[in-house]
Design a protein around this ligand. Structure first.
Ligand code: NAD
Length: 466
């Protein structure tokens, strides 16, 4: 294994090898795909402790969080794919209009070919390997590009992949994103690009992919609101918000970015948030084994500035050396502040109040479509109204962040928070092309469609399409 960047000719060679392998038809076999999914599971099992150690080195990720949100979610995806793969792969027979008699129609799921998966640093393991499950299940060959900003996890994944998978099937490329991805996309005409990361880089990927009309899935970010209604179980709302916000120190794409609380519940919400921050992380969260760190100094400095954009009512302590920012709640901030314009992506929670639903909606609509949306209310009408009126990728009523753990739900954004989705069957569909095929028997050939067209044929056509 080498950590020196690979040259364009290496990329090209790997691509040629992958094309030869793809053309061999091996990846079309159910047995092959199932065996590779099991192999992936075994490789992960064999490296569990190393994965946890790498995530601790990169993010001081708590063992529980590393196990559940990184490793566990990938196991779940593998298990789900293995139990449904045969059904997903089966051609689907569909109806055919009677005028096309005697014809039958089928939809054939086909692998797209060679795909590229690009992952960010915040869940560096899960966000590379979870889409990989879909790419394998759908029968593709794969290039993987982990984030260089989680270097220990990236190096470990490079080792795991290169030692256990043939690069003619799955090849991993590490290094600086702008350079590596740019060169990969110049050299190779991928059949699909699956990108998870920031909205600005998502735009760069979409632009580069447009040159070759390469389809893209973009899993991006945004400002995901949590709205707390007046009719609410405020204690549970505070507990769920605190859990979701401070999980991975707020560095989750579906973390509640800010809270809009009905003014009647504000004091109580802040009091309960303080309570749960203490219950989860103790007197000094910096000493807690259950609390992660900011990924790097660049991100720390961005977050640190947000602390000056309102009144801190919980937390606020920082330690740059240790990349530590306490679980923080901020009030008295407004739309003019960066805190309310940029995706926070850290453990700082602005709390704003509203009196009317219209006011709450207008605050949410100041920013583009969020990836996630959470509404805490006991009133079904209120939740229905917010859910209908706010465009968002996915979300929860009276909970936060857990919607991504259900493989029966497609996961993805809308508008500036992304396009396309994955998880469970949706991952298989994302990495498949659905080929429509009709088969006609020769014993009858409807003469209606052939020239010369006479009035009788026109009448008949009008009758058929009426
Ligand atoms: P990022 O966009 O900076 O990087 C993501 C990946 O793109 C990395 O592998 C990086 O090497 C590569 N990259 C960086 N610059 C590039 C360029 N110019 N050209 C090509 N590739 C480039 O994102 P990040 O900082 O790693 O992650 C944080 C962002 O990701 C947040 O906005 C967050 O909301 C989002 N995110 C979204 C999801 C989701 O599922 N929707 C999940 C996690 C994170």
């Amino acid at each position: 294994m080498s950590h020196t960047p690979q040259s364009d000719s290496t990329y090209h060679l790997r691509y040629q090898q992958q094309q030869i392998f793809f053309e061999s038809g091996k990846t079309r076999e159910y047995a092959f795909r199932a065996a590779q999914l099991k192999q992936l599971r075994t490789v992960i099992k064999d490296h569990e402790q190393e994965i946890i150690a790498a995530l601790q080195a990169d993010l001081r990720k708590p063992v529980f969080e590393a196990f559940t949100s990184e490793i566990g979610l990938v196991y779940d995806e593998i298990a789900f794919a293995l139990s449904h793969l045969k059904a997903w792969m089966a051609p689907e027979k569909v109806k055919t209009p009677a005028v096309l008699f005697p014809t039958t129609s089928r939809i054939l799921p086909e692998p797209k070919g060679t795909v590229l998966i690009i992952a960010p640093w915040n869940y560096p393991f899960m966000l590379l390997f979870s889409p990989l499950v879909g790419a394998i299940a759908a029968g593709n060959t794969v290039f993987l590009k982990p984030s260089e900003l989680a270097p220990r996890t990236s190096a470990l994944m490079e080792k795991m992949v290169s030692e256990n998978f043939d690069p003619a099937y799955i090849h991993i490329v590490t290094g600086d994103g702008a350079t590596v991805v740019g060169r990969l996309m110049e050299t190779i005409r991928f059949d699909h690009i699956f990108f998870t990361g920031s909205t600005p880089v998502g735009k760069i990927i979409a632009q580069a992919a447009a040159k070759t009309l390469t389809p893209v899935t973009l899993e991006l970010g945004g400002k995901s609101p949590a709205i707390v209604d007046s009719e609410v179980d405020i204690d549970t709302a505070a507990k769920h918000i605190a859990w979701a916000k401070y999980f991975n120190a707020g560095q989750s794409c579906v973390s509640p970015d800010y809270v809009l609380v009905h003014e009647s519940q504000k004091t109580r919400l802040v009091e309960r948030m303080r309570h749960y921050i203490h219950a989860f992380f103790g007197d000094n969260p910096q000493q807690s084994e259950s609390y992660a760190r900011i990924i790097n100094h660049r991100r720390f400095d961005v977050l640190e500035k947000y602390l000056h954009e309102g009144n801190i009512v919980a937390g606020g302590q920082t330690d740059r050396e240790d990349l530590y920012i306490a679980p923080t709640v901020i009030e008295n901030t407004g739309p003019e502040n960066k805190l309310m314009q940029e995706e926070i992506f850290g453990p700082i929670l602005p709390v704003l109040t509203w009196k009317t639903q219209a006011e709450a909606l207008s605050i949410v609509k100041k920013n583009p479509q969020p990836l996630a949306f959470y509404i805490f209310t006991q009133n079904d009408k209120t939740s229905d109204e917010f859910i209908q009126r706010i465009p968002f990728g996915g979300g929860c009523i009276n909970n936060a962040m857990v919607h991504l753990a259900n493989p029966h739900l497609p996961f993805g954004g809308v508008g500036s928070s992304g396009m396309g989705s994955y998880h469970g069957e949706e991952s298989f569909r994302t990495f498949s092309h659905f080929k429509s095929v009709m088969k006609t028997k020769n014993f009858y050939d409807n003469p209606l469609r052939y020239p010369p067209y006479n009035n009788r044929k026109v009448d008949l056509a009008q009758w058929v399409f009426d």
